[in-house]
Write a protein that binds this ligand. Structure first.
Ligand code: GLV
Length: 313
């Protein structure tokens, strides 16, 4: 009998009972610690930490096929030292995440949370010319921090809204610039100019805490901050302070530093929309992610190259 594989139990409905033919599957729920044993592959959710300690208990492992595009739940250095293959799930979730980012941009810019509350609390007395005035998209500037696949997909949608698009990235993105007339700026310049700042960098040692007091203070007075990337990139206490001072007019958040903990000050704030990490939550994207993770496992166990490697092994 071939060695078994470990797969997140929450993916079973998307993958069926035999996603890696020839290898028995042990389905592990998110609440269960990573087992030790002779498993040759693991497909974790993004909430499962795969560090040196976990890898030590999996001596036969050949691939960590993360069911996410972000790989910050995996100790990549430890994986490289073990010559493991690490894969992620790019592309299949790009459009879904860009859609959700836009749901947040529009919700915050047009103050949907306050409008919903007004009606839910029976406080609406009728149309008023000064009621819940928000930011109009046409002519406003969208600042994209990290113009990778998702950042670019968010930028493409901005064209239809008549926004000016600027971006900050380590590298120039000439095709993106040509497609949406985007202009590259350094981060300080972007923060000073953008009415809406949308974060799309991955979590890494270089980006954790990137948006703390100093960067938030560089943002335009009354700007909006949107984060559908990773919570650790924004220091939540600094964001709360900037919102409470009125320095920022609002925020749209899908991710948090210590998920599933969402700071109550953010949940309560009338101009902050908080979602439970729904970026890729469409039927198509989630099915694409699970399928791609399983295809990576099948390829590697068959001795073929992985489809979407992050660490090539
Ligand atoms: C979701 O956050 C992902 O990284 O896929």
């Amino acid at each position: 009998m071939s060695n078994p594989v470990l797969i997140a139990a929450e993916l079973r409905d998307l993958l069926g009972d035999d996603p890696v033919p020839g290898h028995p599957v042990e389905w592990i729920p998110a609440s269960v610690p990573t087992p030790t044993g002779n498993y040759v592959a693991i497909v974790p959710l993004l909430s499962r930490w795969i560090g040196g300690e976990q890898l030590k208990g999996l001596p036969d492992l050949r691939i960590v096929a993360n069911c996410a595009v972000g790989v910050d739940n995996i100790d990549l250095v430890a994986a490289e030292m073990r010559r493991l293959i690490v894969t992620n799930t790019p592309d299949v979730l790009t459009e879904a995440t860009a859609d959700l980012t836009w749901a947040l941009i529009l919700a915050v810019a047009r103050r949907l949370k306050e409008g919903l509350q007004l009606i839910a609390e029976d406080g609406w007395t009728g149309w008023h010319p000064m009621q819940l005035l928000g930011l109009e998209m046409r002519g406003a500037t969208l600042g994209i921090v990290g113009a990778g696949r998702i950042g670019q997909a968010v930028g493409r949608r901005a064209v239809a809204f008549g926004m000016r698009v600027i971006y900050a990235d380590r590298v120039r993105r000439p095709e993106f610039e040509a497609e949406v007339d985007a202009i590259r700026q350094d981060l300080a310049g972007l923060l000073a100019a953008a009415d809406v700042v949308s974060i799309h960098v991955p979590a890494s040692t270089g980006t954790r805490g990137m948006f703390a007091e100093r960067r938030l203070a560089q943002m335009k007075e009354g700007a909006l901050l949107i984060n559908t990337s990773r919570g650790e990139i924004v220091r939540e206490s600094a964001l709360i302070a900037a919102l409470e001072r009125g320095r920022l007019a609002g925020a749209g958040l899908d991710v948090y530093a210590d998920e599933p903990v969402v700071p109550p000050a953010l949940v309560r704030h009338p101009r902050v929309v908080t979602l439970p990490h729904l970026g890729s939550a469409t039927t198509r994207a989630r099915s694409g992610m699970a399928t791609l993770a399983a295809r990576n496992v099948r390829a590697v166990l068959a001795g073929e190259p992985p489809l979407t490697p992050v660490v090539a092994g």
